[in-house]
Design a protein around this ligand. Structure first.
Ligand code: BES
Ligand code: MN
Ligand code: ZN
Length: 499
């Protein structure tokens, strides 16, 4: 899709369709008023007759409106102005896309930038219009033999800005929206690919590809024999049950000051989680192909950073394995030694995420990080606690947690903090090793984070449990690309703060 910005009156746009907001009840936006005036009261007449109330979900497509240069005018109901938030703004954009797809228009001038969204300015609206439009248009078709293509696909959106003074700002917002949206798209594709295709090797190849596309991205891949030398006994204990060799991928994006400590993202990359010998029940087991969505979000956010050539140093670390049952798979009760030297009793082979993350988190020390943020579909308990709306957030450093909470508010890709008090650490006691890999009954998301906290003492660290947000189940089953938007916003905020 092509996106641009332009300032100018709606009746003067020589284009397939002009999109105009209308509010509840029957309240015209400024662009609607302008078209109304040009067309001698046509819009206000329609509104008076009750053709459109302005409620959220209302749409009215008009053709050949008098004294306009466009083929169509699409009125979009936005509900009450004071009720418009992040969610409704997305819905409004999506309603626009769905109506446009059913029309013949391919090039669009959108005046939805006029919609007031609480505490958000025009840049935010442009960036998030792009994210919303792409979200609404996303389809995972690559594995279907018959591709369903739209007859006349949408080609171009031009966002209206208020005067030339907003053009530069608007163009920057377009770049940001497109780069982040491409990162989300990439994360979704990786997530939706099945376990027989998106293997650890595939994730490594995609990460290497990122390095071929940008001069300041470098990717390296550790094989199992390399990890043995580093003593990554925890990670390897998971990977050994699968025919697919495990890998540790490192993607380094260096465009900041050489002396600037990097932001390190660590993404859980279990390309399929059967549970191992502690086998999962059969229902919905297919969804465990999404157990690499943390890794996908890391690749997605690095792709966005590199697209935008942001002046920062970011490192992505992806421990990636497949968790399978096998004759040489780990057994419940096995004790392994992690790269940190700490020993772990594997009481449940289905708590494999923390086993691969702990070695990756120790490995992260070598980058002298500013902060380390891991992203993982780690616990079903997180879905019980928070549902599908926010990611779970746990951290050993409150300023970092606050930065993530705030980036979540800005991006709409939210997280919610859970306590990581020492009281919970006792649940990890083992009679046979330094710790057990499960915490027993209660607070499963917190005890998982407590486990990780034993490997992150040397730096500021936050953990995002994305089990509830990384994909949707049911008829709309599919990856969401979350939390690419949150992470990208975190990086952007960080650059602003360092200026
Ligand atoms: N990948 C799962 C977590 C998960 C389950 C995410 C369902 C989303 C939906 C993880 O590896 C896992 O199996 N966790 C166990 C931990 C338990 C054994 C302590 C869980 O949540 O049941
Ligand atoms: Mn598991
Ligand atoms: Zn898992």
């Amino acid at each position: 899709m092509e996106y641009t910005v332009k300032s100018g009156n709606p009746e003067k746009q020589r284009i397939g369709c002009v999109v105009i907001p209308v509010f509840a009840s029957r309240k015209l936006s400024s662009s609607a008023k302008i078209i109304d005036k040009a067309s001698n009261g046509y819009i206000s007449n329609l509104v008076r007759r009750g053709e459109i109330e302005g409620d959220l979900g209302n749409t009215l497509l008009l053709h050949n409106v008098e004294n306009t240069l466009c083929d169509r005018v699409l009125l979009i109901g936005c509900g009450k102005e004071k009720d418009i938030n992040f969610k409704t703004f997305y819905k409004i954009n999506c309603n626009m896309v769905k109506t446009l797809q059913a029309s013949g228009a391919t090039e669009i001038a959108s005046y939805l930038t006029e919609i007031p969204v609480k505490r958000k300015e025009i840049s935010w609206k442009i960036q998030h219009s792009i994210e919303a439009i792409d979200e609404c248009l996303y389809k995972f078709n690559q594995l279907k033999s018959k591709k369903e293509e739209a007859r006349r696909p949408l080609r171009k959106f031009i966002f209206s800005v208020n005067g030339r003074g907003q053009l530069m700002q608007g163009e920057q917002a377009v770049r940001q929206g497109m780069a982040i949206s491409a990162g989300i798209h990439l994360a979704k594709d990786l997530g939706n690919l099945p376990g027989n295709m998106c293997t650890p090797d595939y994730l490594a190849k995609q990460s290497v590809k990122l390095a071929t596309q940008h001069a300041n991205v470098k990717t390296s891949v550790l094989e199992e024999k390399d990890m043995e030398k580093l003593g990554m006994g925890a990670l390897l204990s998971v990977s050994k049950g699968s025919r697919e060799p495990g890998k540790l991928i490192t993607i380094e994006y260096s465009a900041g000051d050489k002396k600037q400590a990097p932001i390190v993202f660590v993404g859980k990359g279990v390309t399929f989680d059967s549970g191992g010998i502690s086998l999962k029940p059969g229902a919905a087991m297919d969804e465990m192909k999404y157990d690499m969505c943390g890794a996908a979000s890391v690749i997605g956010v690095l792709s966005a950073c590199a697209d935008l050539q942001l002046p920062v140093n970011v490192v992505g670390i992806i421990p990636t394995v497949e968790n399978m049952p096998d004759g040489i798979a780990s057994r419940p009760g096995d004790v392994v030694t992690s790269m940190s030297g700490q020993t772990i009793e594997i009481l449940n082979t289905d708590a494999e995420g923390r086993l691969i993350l702990c070695d990756a988190l120790t490995y992260a020390e070598k980058f002298d990080p500013d902060v380390v943020i891991d992203i993982a579909t780690l616990t079903g308990a997180c879905i019980v606690a928070l549902g599908a709306h926010p990611a779970g957030l746990l951290s050993n450093h409150n300023p970092l947690a606050n930065d993530l909470l705030s980036a979540g508010q800005t991006s709409g890709d939210r997280c919610w903090q859970l306590p990581m008090w020492d009281d919970y650490q006792d649940q990890l006691k083992s009679n046979f090793a330094d710790m057990a890999n499960i915490g027993g009954k209660g607070a499963g998301t917190i005890t998982a984070a407590c486990f990780l906290s034993r490997f992150t003492k040397k730096y500021h660290w936050a953990h995002l449990d994305i089990a509830g947000v990384a994909w949707k189940s049911g008829t709309h089953k599919g990856a969401t690309g979350r939390p690419v938007s949150l992470l990208a916003q975190y990086v952007l905020d960080k650059i602003q703060a360092n200026k």
